[in-house]
Design a protein around this ligand. Structure first.
Ligand code: DAH
Length: 335
């Protein structure tokens, strides 16, 4: 019997229970009425008196220790499973704080959707550009005063792109016509910061290169876009303009009205909001990208996203969109 006691001592010397199930198994094996301890106790009763003396002490000690192990382990397991039980899976969940899209992103996505529905793909390019893609290939002569139209931030011999027109060049260099793309992104200009202008803002560039593309195609596409984005019946006007990379060039305004303080401020009191520059891609630009202007023509446009976002949501200071103020952002939750 002493051997048996010793064997059980060994088996249970450093026993550990991972879960209630293994603890219960332990109880059944050693401590239950049919367990090993009870079995020893029964056998003990039939021992001759002499033997009882030698076996009694270690047997009692073993029994007491195993009972203690059981008790402590049970307490520990109940304590941990108590933590698990604190999660009542039947309770209704409290709603998670989710983020919201920034109003500029909402508008950018809407613009992309509209042009995508017209067959335009979406592309983007780097914000740090070289002179060629931002200016040279777009027909800005080295000493051309048109470079002054855009107050450029320089980084060594690179620039922070002043417009998304640079992406037109990158895409024309890579692709062969027909090319139909919109290219949204952030642009930078060293401008005085005010409620209407910032040192960075957002544009979406459009480009369509194919055989037989005309200014009428450009106007019709933009007209369709305006009706989709600003609503049926929105008035537009085209004013002739100048850009080195288009010929002829125009700017398009939409009628925002003068009925609210915000609209008067946004339109400088005229009611007309300038939303984009556009034109027929200059033959020199096509040549810079190895596209033969005798075969292909195309139109391009570049639209400011910030102002139309302000108009759409009645935001009257461009800077408000960049404070990361949760009170502004949360108004766009779910849009
Ligand atoms: N890049 C011009 C700007 O930032 C906007 C522009 C005008 C883009 C005419 C064009 C265009 O693609 O054809 O002021």
């Amino acid at each position: 019997m002493l051997d048996e006691i010793e064997k059980i001592e060994k088996e249970t010397a450093s026993i550990h229970f991972a879960d209630a199930e293994s603890l219960e198994q332990f109880r059944l094996t050693y401590l239950s009425s049919k367990g090993k301890i009870q079995h020893l106790m029964d056998a003990f009763r039939n021992l001759p008196g002499e033997d009882k003396k030698t076996v009694g002490k270690p047997l009692n000690a073993l029994k007491a220790r195993l009972e203690e192990v059981y008790k402590i382990s049970k307490q520990q397991l109940t304590a941990t499973s108590g933590t698990e039980n604190k999660f009542d899976t039947t309770l209704p969940v409290s709603s998670m704080a989710t983020g919201s899209s920034h109003p500029l992103k909402i508008v950018e996505n809407t613009l992309c959707d509209i042009f995508y529905s017209l067959g335009f793909d979406i592309a983007d390019g780097p914000e740090i550009e070289d002179d060629w893609h931002n200016f040279g290939a777009l027909n800005f002569a080295d000493d051309h005063p048109a470079r002054d139209m855009q107050d450029t931030f320089f980084i060594g011999n690179h620039v922070l792109r002043t417009h998304t027109s640079s992406v037109q060049i990158r895409e024309m260099e890579k692709r062969t016509p027909p090319i139909r793309l919109v290219m949204p992104g952030r642009v930078y200009r060293n401008e005085a910061i005010s409620s209407r202008s910032n040192c960075f803002f957002h544009q979406i560039e459009g480009l369509y290169i194919d055989k037989g593309v005309s200014f009428a195609d450009l106007k019709q596409t933009l007209y369709y876009f305006v009706q989709q984005f600003f609503g049926e019946g929105t008035q537009v006007r085209f004013r002739s303009s100048y850009f080195p990379f288009t010929e002829p060039s125009a700017e398009m305004d939409i009628w925002a009205g003068t009925d609210t303080e915000e609209n008067r401020r946004l339109t400088k009191g005229t009611g007309w909001l300038e939303v984009l520059g556009c034109g027929m891609v200059h033959p020199n630009v096509l040549k810079s990208c190895n596209i033969d202007p005798e075969v292909y023509q195309g139109y391009a446009f570049g639209m400011g996203i910030d102002r139309i976002t302000m108009l759409k949501y009645g935001i009257n200071d461009i800077r408000d969109m960049f404070h990361n103020d949760i009170r502004l952002l949360s108004q766009f939750a779910g849009l």
